[in-house]
Ligand binder design. Structure first.
Ligand code: GLC
Length: 650
């Protein structure tokens, strides 16, 4: 778009660029900057146009993008151009992800390279390595309190290791995902240290206040993220003699994006990691980026503008790099992190589907799909060039943040239903679920749940009891949940040891820096000797691993599983089943009917009632997973307890 004011500004900025930047060959950079400049200028102006130094800040922004471009390797630029040409590349069904800790899955980063064959064995080709940047020993929030955004924590490795991993992954067509913690730094970050020493420039990087007047105003409407261990959103720093905003833990200082210097620093960091060969950046806690008195300080419009600006700037320098939005917020808010428009107001290409995750767990507890249907129906269609990250478990807790209205429409009272779910997974209702309650909030009555997938679905207690039948049904629940995330539409993201049925790890209770955070119960170190059992028939590890491996391999072959808003939820008359159709928009005859039974007992599906779901004849059905025709009785399809089908035409 050509617009006079922004273009005359662009010309003057290009004239003012440092000579070492002007001397470079910036052909591709200029083309992209020209194409995106009006959007970048408008967003930057909306956020910072009131400042006297606006033009200077704009110049600094362009310099950071140009420097990032100059530092980008020819190999990465080749990939950028390839991805620009095949711009829907990440919507393909071929991608299957896994999230892991470099010192939990492996010993450290160099050792992770030794374990790449595991990804290939299972079919994983997108790996999210959890935070690896420098952070304090104890007060680190699992690596999300960063004290240097450009240095690797020397307990896990160094920058060269990351470059090696990126290179090894690229050779094998595996995508590398790393975190960028945009919202806060550790109180041991250099910026915070300078602020503590009294440097006003760095105090302006954070929300720092002389007295409680403003903090008290904020507190009136801000919820608590960790009410049990970190109540309140401000922390007194005695050395500085001031209050600082700390939404998460008291050692995580919130960055102040109303200061353009913060935005530019963080963009520089994003581009730095893009240039190390990272394919996808997971932007942590994006809902919290903008703070405004009188609001919850989550999902603010300006948080979205910041993300749009980040995306536009990143596209100029490193267009092949994607963003994942980690926004674990209400269903209606999550979808907004894709942006308003796929081109004009784009934010993140990928977003965690926290809604589906929570709904699946609700289905496990209730054994019915009433709320799942209600929740999925209300998930709006996403933008083109956007996709979900579908997951069952991750390193965080499970929160039951469904829409209250959906809960009512499913026939429950919202707060008592949430309480039931917490009771269920903490074993009060069904002793086989071995979850731990996380952050109960006495004021609101809310609570969340921690625990590994296997322990939450009863495998831990079934193994303790040596009950073969319960072991089998726990395994079936693990596979049922993965059968859904692998076929729902989006990129499935497996977690750490879930393909091996790894149980809760209670050793965190003995570690003083972890014992107050139950999330460590599901962040175990993988026992690779035990993991070898995946090769021994008859073991739990073998059953889970090989079933998942097979499902992954099938997913990759089925074009209907790619993500183009090509899913139809089918209304059926059995409240225990979830039934949806996936189809290939290019070839509508390529379709798969996914059916999942959330009940422990066999259930029927009357296909005739839904017109055979558009398939030619019932007798033509074959289940992609087993290769067999589905069981049938009385003219209806039968699913065993916790069974799922991926049915297609023979
Ligand atoms: C994200 C991370 C979580 C962390 C929080 C604060 O939600 O997933 O583990 O505690 O951000 O950084």
């Amino acid at each position: 778009m050509y617009e006079q004011i922004s273009h005359s500004l662009l010309n003057s900025i290009l004239d003012d660029l440092k000579p070492e930047i002007r001397r470079q060959d910036l052909r591709h950079f200029y083309t992209r900057l020209g194409a995106n400049f009006y959007a970048i200028y408008s967003l930057f102006y909306t956020l910072y146009g009131h400042r006297a130094d606006f033009k200077l800040q704009m110049l600094r922004l362009v310099e950071v993008m140009a420097k990032g471009y100059i530092d980008r390797s020819t190999e990465l630029e080749r990939i950028d151009i390839q991805r620009e040409q095949d711009h829907n590349w990440f919507l393909s069904q071929k991608w299957v992800g896994m999230a892991l800790y470099s010192n939990g899955f492996a010993d450290n980063l160099p050792d992770l390279i030794n374990k790449i064959s595991y990804f290939q064995e299972l079919g994983i080709n997108m790996v999210h390595i959890m935070p690896i940047l420098k952070c304090p020993e104890g007060k680190s929030d699992g690596g999300y309190a960063i004290s240097d955004f450009r240095e690797i924590d020397d307990r896990v490795g160094n920058l060269q290791d990351v470059r090696n991993i990126a290179e090894e992954f690229r050779k094998r067509d595996i995508l590398l995902v790393l975190d960028i913690v945009l919202n806060h730094t550790s109180d041991e970050h250099e910026w915070a240290k300078q602020a503590i020493k009294g440097d006003r420039r760095f105090q302006d990087y954070y929300y720092i206040f002389e007295n409680r007047e403003v903090p008290d105003m904020f507190e009136q409407s801000m919820p608590n993220v960790f009410p049990e261990t970190a109540p309140g959103n401000f922390t007194w720093n005695a050395e500085m003699g001031k209050w600082v905003m700390t939404v998460f833990h008291d050692y995580q200082w919130d960055l102040n994006y109303s200061n353009p210097a913060v935005f530019i620093e963080m963009l520089d960091i994003i581009l730095f990691w893009a240039n190390q060969g990272v394919d996808i950046l997971r932007l942590d806690a994006v809902a919290f980026l903008w703070k405004k008195i009188g609001t919850t300080c989550q999902n603010e419009r300006k948080a979205h503008l910041i993300l749009q600006l980040m995306k536009d700037c990143c596209q100029v320098t490193a267009p092949g790099v994607l963003f994942i939005a980690e926004a674990i917020v209400a269903p209606i808010e999550i979808i907004k992190y894709f942006g308003e428009d796929a081109i004009v107001a784009k934010e993140c290409e990928i977003a965690y589907n926290a809604t589906l995750m929570a709904l699946l767990w609700e289905g496990i507890a209730t054994k019915n799909t009433k709320l799942i249907y209600q929740g999925i129906k209300n998930l709006p269609n996403k933008l083109d060039r956007a996709t979900w990250l579908n997951y069952v478990r991750c390193h965080d807790d499970i929160g039951f943040g469904f829409d209250d209205n959906d809960i009512r429409l499913a026939g429950y009272e919202p707060s008592s239903h949430r309480r039931f779910l917490v009771d269920y997974f903490s074993g009060k209702y069904d002793a086989s679920a071995k979850g731990l309650v996380f952050m109960p909030n006495e004021v609101t009555g809310d609570a969340r749940i921690c625990g590994s997938l296997a322990s939450l679905v009863g495998l831990e207690s079934a193994l303790e009891d040596g009950n073969e039948q319960l072991i089998a049904s726990s395994i079936n629940r693990i596979l049922l949940l993965h059968g859904i995330i692998l076929s729902f539409g989006g990129i499935p993201l497996l977690y750490n040891g879930d393909a091996l049925g790894v149980l809760n790890d209670y050793s965190f209770t003995e570690n003083p820096s972890k014992c107050n955070d139950n999330r460590w119960v599901h962040r175990p170190k993988i026992d690779w000797e035990k993991a070898e059992l995946r090769k021994k028939q008859g073991t739990v590890e073998y059953t889970i691993f090989n079933a998942m491996k097979k499902m992954i391999a099938i997913r990759k072959e089925i074009s209907a599983f790619a993500d183009f808003n090509n899913r139809e939820l089918l209304q059926i008359d059995n409240p225990h089943l979830l039934c949806f159709m996936r189809f290939d928009p290019q070839r509508p005859s390529e379709k798969v009917l996914a059916i999942a039974n959330f009940d422990a007992n066999p259930q029927y599906l009357d296909l005739e009632a839904i017109g055979n779901a558009g398939f030619s004849a019932y007798s033509q059905f074959v289940d992609l997973y087993s290769g067999k025709m589905p069981s049938q009785h009385d003219g209806r399809i039968v699913l065993q307890g916790y069974q799922f089908y991926w049915l297609t035409d023979k």
